[in-house]
Design a protein around this ligand. Structure first.
Ligand code: SF4
Length: 624
C-alpha cells in the first residue's frame, strides 16, 4: 500500500509521475501536482535532495490535503539518507536509489575482495536500517529503484554495467529489508537502453523467485526524451514488459511537463484493461529464445533482408490511389524536378507495398516495389518489383520472382508443408501478421515454431491498425513490434495503418521503433532527463535548441541532463553530455569524462557543437 493506493496483486496497474518544480517552492509544486492528479496521476513523486526539501514535503502535503487531494506522495532520494529519514515520517513512500543511497559516485573502477565487499555491505546496512525501521513504524512504503546509469562502484567492480549488476544492487537492499521483516516494497530496474531495461526486470523476477520473493514492480525507461521519440522508446521498454504481464505501476519519463506523461502511461496500460481473453496460443515445451541477452535470430540473406543486415522498413500504400512521385516524400524520398533525381533521407523506407495500384514513373534506386501477386505478373520483368503472395498462393507453385517473394502468413497458417517449402526457398521472406487480441504473443509463438523447426526464412513483422490517433499508433506499434525486436526477432517491420495519421508519421514510427530497440540507427539519439526540482536550467527549451542543431547527426547519442548529481551517471552510454552544474552553468562531457566545466549557459550549446566537431562526429546538415 502506498497510502490509500494498492500496488501489485489484483490492483489495477497504477499511473504515476514526478514533479519538476523546486521542492522549496510549495505553491508551484502543489499546483503542478494538482495538474498531474487531474490528468490521472495516482501517485506523485517529489524530489527531496536535502533535509530542508524533505521538511518542506509537509507543507506541500498539507496544502494538497487542504485542497481536497489525498493522492499519495513519494520522496525521491539520492545521496541523502538524512533527508530520507525525515521524508519517511511525512509522505506515503520514499524512493531510494541503491546505487547512491550511502555511496558517493567516484567513477573509479575498484577491485573489491570478498572481505572489502562484505565490509561495504555492512556499512550500507548500518546506514540503511534506520530508514527501514522508520518506514516500518510509520507504515511508509519504499521503492528500491535501481538505475542502470548509477550503479555503485562496488556493484560495477563485481558485476559490471549489466542487468545482473542492476538486480544485485536491488537485492542487497531488499535482503536488508527482509531481515528487518519490512515488506512494503516496490522495485524498479530502469535504464535508458530498452534492451538492458527489459532484461533487468526479467532477471529480477527470476532472482526474486529463487529467494521466494514476489514484490510489485514499477516500470520505467529513464531519460526517454521528448515527443515522438520519447513516446516510442517508453512504449518499447514498458510495453514489452506489460505484454508479458509484468509491471504493477508505470511512470513514463518525458522531457515535457509531467502532466503530459499521464495520457501516455494511461494508453500503454489501457490496452490490458480490456484484454481479459485472447485466442488460445498453443503451449510449448522448448522455449528457444534467450530472454536475458540480445541474440538475433539466425536468418537467410534475401537481397537486403535478413542475416546480419539491419531490419528493413516496408511501407503500406496498398489503399492509396493516384500515386505520384510526391507521394513518396512521406517515405523519406524527395524528388527534385530540376535535377531529375531522388534525394534519399536517413529514414527512407526500403520497400513499399502497392497492392494493385500500378505506377508508371521511375522509382528511387533504393526502393523495392511489392505488388499483389496477380498485378506483379504484369510487372515481373521490371527491376526491383516483387510479388506479395498469400501462403495458399505460394503453395500452389506459381511462377515466382527469382530474387524475392514475400509470403503472408499468420501462426495458424504455418503448416509443415509451408515450413518445408520456406526452408528450401532462398528467395522467400515471410511477412507475418496476427488478428489475435494478444498479437505479440501469437507472433512470438510463430518465431518459436520457426526456430524449433530450424527454418531460417527472414521474417518481416507486420501489424494492422485502424482508426487510432497518431500517438496511439506510436504506442501500440512500438509495444507490439518492440517486444519482438528486443528479443532479436524480426528482419523488418510493416505497419498497415488505416486512418491513423499521416503517411509520414507511420514511416517515422517504423524507424522510431527500430531506433528505440537499437536494431537500426537512423537518427541522433537524445538521452534527456525529465527534469525535477534539482534542474538548474530550462531543460525543455535547451533540449529543443540542441536538437535543432544536431538532429542530422545519425547515430550520435547526446545526453542532456538537469543536474550534476545524477546526470552524468544517468546518461549512461551517451557519446556527449550537456549537464547542468549550477545556476546558468553547464559542464560538457565526452562519454564519462568531463571536458569543460562551468561554461556559461549562453555559450554552452555552441561549445557542445565544437566538442562534437573536435571528435570528428560532426557533419554539415543537408539542405533540401
Ligand atoms: S538528472 Fe534530471 S531528473 Fe535526474 S535528478 Fe538530475 S535534474 Fe532531476
Amino acid at each position: 500500500m502506498v497510502g490509500n493506493v494498492g500496488v501489485g496483486g489484483d490492483n489495477p496497474i497504477r499511473i504515476q509521475s514526478m514533479t519538476t518544480t523546486d521542492t522549496m517552492d510549495t505553491q508551484a509544486t502543489v499546483e503542478q501536482s494538482i495538474r498531474m492528479i487531474e490528468a490521472g496521476c495516482e501517485i506523485v513523486r517529489i524530489t527531496a535532495p536535502s533535509k530542508k526539501d524533505a521538511e518542506n514535503l509537509q507543507n506541500i502535503k498539507d496544502e494538497l490535503r487542504a485542497r481536497g487531494y489525498d493522492t499519495p506522495l513519494v520522496a525521491d532520494i539520492h545521496f541523502t539518507p538524512n533527508a530520507a529519514e525525515i521524508a519517511a515520517r511525512i509522505v506515503e513512500k520514499v524512493r531510494v536509489n541503491p546505487g547512491n543511497y550511502a555511496d558517493k559516485k567516484k567513477f573509479e573502477e575498484l577491485e573489491y575482495t570478498d572481505e572489502t565487499y562484505q565490509q561495504e555491505l555492512q556499512r550500507i546496512k548500518e546506514r540503511f536500517i534506520p530508514l527501514v525501521r522508520i518506514c516500518k513504524e510509520e507504515g511508509t512504503a519504499m521503492r528500491i529503484g535501481t538505475n542502470h546509469g548509477s550503479l555503485s562502484d562496488r556493484i560495477l567492480g563485481r558485476y559490471g554495467d549489466t542487468p545482473l549488476g542492476m538486480v544485485e544492487s536491488a537485492l542487497e537492499f531488499l535482503r536488508i529489508c527482509q531481515e528487518e521483516d519490512y515488506h512494503n516494497i516496490i522495485l524498479s530496474m530502469k535504464a535508458s537502453n530498452t534492451q538492458v531495461m527489459v532484461q533487468a526486470y526479467r532477471l529480477l523476477i527470476v532472482k526474486m523467485k529463487e529467494e521466494n520473493m514476489n514484490y510489485p514492480l514499477h516500470l520505467g525507461v529513464t531519460e526517454a526524451g521528448e515527443g515522438e521519440d520519447g513516446r516510442i522508446k517508453s512504449a518499447v521498454g514498458i510495453g514489452t514488459l506489460l505484454e508479458d504481464g509484468i509491471g504493477d505501476t508505470v511512470r513514463v519519463s518525458l522531457t515535457e511537463e509531467p502532466e503530459f506523461e499521464i495520457p501516455v502511461a494511461r494508453e500503454l496500460v489501457r490496452r490490458y484493461d480490456t484484454r481479459k481473453k485472447h485466442q488460445n496460443i498453443s503451449s510449448i515445451s522448448d522455449y528457444p529464445i534467450d530472454s536475458y541477452n540480445y541474440i538475433r535470430r539466425e536468418s537467410n540473406k534475401v537481397l537486403n533482408i535478413g542475416e546480419k543486415q539491419v531490419p528493413i522498413v516496408m511501407a503500406d500504400f496498398s489503399l492509396k490511389k493516384k500515386l505520384s512521385p510526391a507521394s513518396f516524400f512521406a517515405l523519406g524520398y524527395r524528388y527534385s524536378v530540376p535535377t531529375d533525381k531522388w534525394n534519399i533521407g536517413d529514414m527512407a523506407s526500403d520497400y513499399v507495398f502497392l497492392g494493385d495500384e500500378e505506377i508508371d514513373f521511375n522509382i528511387p534506386g533504393t526502393l523495392g516495389i511489392v505488388y499483389h501477386y496477380d498485378t506483379w505478373l504484369k510487372h515481373q520483368n521490371e527491376d526491383r518489383v516483387y510479388p506479395f503472395l498469400t501462403h495458399k498462393q505460394y503453395l500452389e507453385n506459381p511462377t515466382l520472382s527469382k530474387h524475392l517473394n514475400i509470403v503472408y502468413a499468420c501462426l495458424p497458417d504455418l503448416s509443415t508443408e509451408l515450413i518445408d517449402r520456406l526452408k528450401s526457398d532462398p528467395t522467400a521472406v515471410l511477412l507475418i501478421d496476427s488478428w489475435n487480441a494478444h498479437g505479440m504473443a501469437e507472433q512470438r509463438r510463430l518465431f518459436v515454431e520457426l526456430i524449433n523447426q530450424k527454418c531460417t526464412v527472414p521474417v518481416i513483422i507486420g501489424r494492422a491498425y485502424g482508426n487510432l490517433k497518431e500517438e496511439e499508433l506510436q504506442l501500440h506499434a512500438a509495444t507490439d513490434m518492440g517486444a519482438l525486436l528486443l528479443d532479436g526477432l524480426g528482419d523488418g517491420v510493416f505497419i498497415a495503418a488505416e486512418n491513423c495519421g499521416s503517411d509520414q508519421t507511420v514511416n517515422q514510427t517504423a524507424f522510431g521503433i527500430l531506433q528505440a530497440t537499437r536494431t537500426r540507427i537512423s537518427k541522433t539519439e537524445y538521452i534527456s532527463c525529465p527534469s525535477c526540482g534539482r534542474t538548474l536550467f530550462d531543460l525543455q527549451e535547451t533540449t529543443a535548441k540542441i536538437r535543432a542543431k544536431t538532429n542530422h547527426l545519425k547515430g550520435v547519442k547526446i545526453g542532456i541532463m538537469g543536474c550534476i548529481v545524477n546526470g552524468p551517471g544517468e546518461m549512461a552510454d551517451a557519446d556527449y553530455g550537456y549537464v547542468g552544474t549550477g545556476v546558468g552553468k553547464i559542464t560538457l562531457y565526452k562519454e564519462k569524462e568531463v571536458v569543460q566545466r562551468n561554461i556559461p549557459e549562453e555559450q554552452a550549446v555552441d561549445a557542445l557543437i565544437d566538442l562534437i566537431k573536435s571528435y570528428g562526429d560532426w557533419v554539415e546538415a543537408k539542405s533540401d
